[in-house]
Design a protein around this ligand. Structure first.
Ligand code: COA
Ligand code: MG
Length: 296
C-alpha cells in the first residue's frame, strides 16, 4: 500500500493552497468540500477541485477529494463534480455505517464503468469521527474492497460526545485506539488525528511519534509547516531499518536450522518481532528509503 504519512487538507475553494500543496512533497493532498468550506462556497469548491485535478501536476502526491457526509444532501453533487476528473481517492467524512461506504463505492463504480476506467481503481478512505461510527467500526472496516484506510477524527468525535478536549487526550483515547485496532484487523491503514496548534512543532512531533507507536501509518495535517515533522515521525529511522534487516536475515538463517525463536544481540526474537521488522521494512519501502530489492 502507498505511503500516507501525512494527509494535508486545504479548503477546496482555495486554488492558491491547492497549488502550494503540490510543491510540498506531501504524501496526500486532500482537497476539501466538507467542513473547511462555507456552505455558500460548496459549488465553487467543486469546480475548483475539478479544475485543479485537470490542470495541476501533483507529482507523487496522492490526489484526494473529501466529499460531504452521506445523507447531507451535498454528497451526490460533490461526487458528480469531481469524479470525471479522476481523483486517486475519495475521502468520506462522518461515516457511521457499512451502507454509507457501499453507497459511495457504487457511485464510483458507476463512473468507472461508464468511462471504461479499471473497476476499483479509485480508492476510498473514510473518517470515523462520531460515537455512532466508533461503535460500528467493524462493519465499516469490512464494508468494501475499495476501502484502504480509516481516519480518526478527534475534534468531531469530542463534540459529538460532549467531551472536552485536553492536551493529554484521555477523553478520545478509547476511540483513537479502537480505530487503529480495527484498521489492523481488516488490513487497512490508520491515519491519526489533526494537531490543531500548527505553530507548536514540539507538541506536533510528540503526538506524531505517539501515533506511530500506536500503529498509525500517518496523520492528518492542516498546515505546510506540519509536513516535515509528521512525515519524519512516520518514516522509520536508518537504525530501525538496519535492525529490521538484521532481524530478517537472522530469521531466515534460523528458519533453515529449524528454530522459531532465537537470540539476537541478547534479545529474544520470535514471530511477532519478525512481523514488526517486516512492517518497518514495508514502511521504509513505501517512504522510498530502501529500494524494492532490499526489502528483506
Ligand atoms: N494547504 C496548503 N497551503 C496552505 C495551507 C494548507 N492547508 N495552510 C496554509 N497554506 C499556505 C498559505 O496560503 C500561505 O501561502 P503563501 O505564503 O503562499 O501566502 C502559507 O501556507 C502560510 O500560511 P499561514 O499564513 O501560516 O496560514 P494562514 O493563516 O494563511 O492559514 C489556516 C491558516 C488554518 C486557515 C490554513 O492553514 C488552512 O486553511 N488549513 C486547512 C484548513 C482545513 O482544510 N480544514 C478542514 C479539514 S480539518
Ligand atoms: Mg471533521
Amino acid at each position: 500500500m502507498r505511503a500516507r504519512r501525512a494527509l494535508l487538507y486545504m479548503p477546496g475553494d482555495d486554488m492558491h493552497k491547492i497549488q502550494k500543496a503540490t510543491t510540498l512533497g506531501v504524501d496526500c493532498i486532500c482537497m476539501d468540500m466538507e467542513d473547511g468550506v462555507a456552505l455558500s462556497r460548496k459549488a465553487e469548491a467543486r469546480q475548483t477541485i475539478a479544475h485543479a485535478l485537470d490542470s495541476l501536476d501533483f507529482g507523487r502526491s496522492e490526489r484526494q477529494a473529501r466529499i460531504n457526509p452521506v445523507g447531507s444532501g451535498l454528497e451526490g453533487d460533490d461526487l458528480t463534480a469531481v469524479l470525471p476528473s479522476r481523483p486517486d481517492t475519495i475521502v468520506v467524512p462522518k461515516v457511521e455505517s457499512a451502507d454509507q461506504v457501499r453507497w459511495v463505492s457504487e457511485q464510483i463504480a458507476a463512473v468507472e464503468a461508464a468511462t471504461g476506467w479499471p473497476e476499483g481503481g479509485i480508492r476510498m478512505i473514510v473518517l470515523v469521527e462520531t460515537a455512532g461510527g466508533i461503535v460500528r467500526l467493524k462493519e465499516i472496516a469490512s464494508a468494501d474492497p475499495r476501502l484502504e484506510a480509516l481516519i480518526f477524527g478527534s475534534e468531531d468525535l469530542a463534540s459529538d460526545m460532549g467531551a472536552i478536549r485536553t492536551q493529554a487526550g484521555w477523553e478520545i483515547f478509547y476511540a483513537r485506539s479502537a480505530v487503529v485496532t480495527h484498521a489492523a484487523a481488516y488490513d487497512l491503514q490508520a491515519i491519526d488525528m489533526v494537531y490543531i496548534d500548527f505553530r507548536d512543532t514540539e507538541g506536533l512531533r510528540r503526538e506524531s511519534v505517539q501515533g506511530a507507536q500506536m500503529g498509525f501509518a500517518g496523520k492528518q495535517i492542516i498546515h505546510p509547516n506540519q509536513v516535515g515533522p509528521v512525515q519524519a515521525a512516520f518514516t522509520p529511522e536508518d537504525s530501525e531499518i538496519a535492525y529490521a534487516q538484521k532481524v530478517m536475515a537472522a530469521f531466515k538463517e534460523n528458519q533453515k536450522a529449524g528454530l522459531g525463536a532465537f537470540a539476537l544481540d541478547g534479545k529474544m526474537i520470535d514471530a511477532p518481532i519478525v512481523k514488526a521488522a517486516e512492517r518497518v521494512l514495508a514502511r521504509a519501502l513505501a517512504a522510498g528509503k530502501i529500494p524494492p530489492e532490499n526489502q528483506s
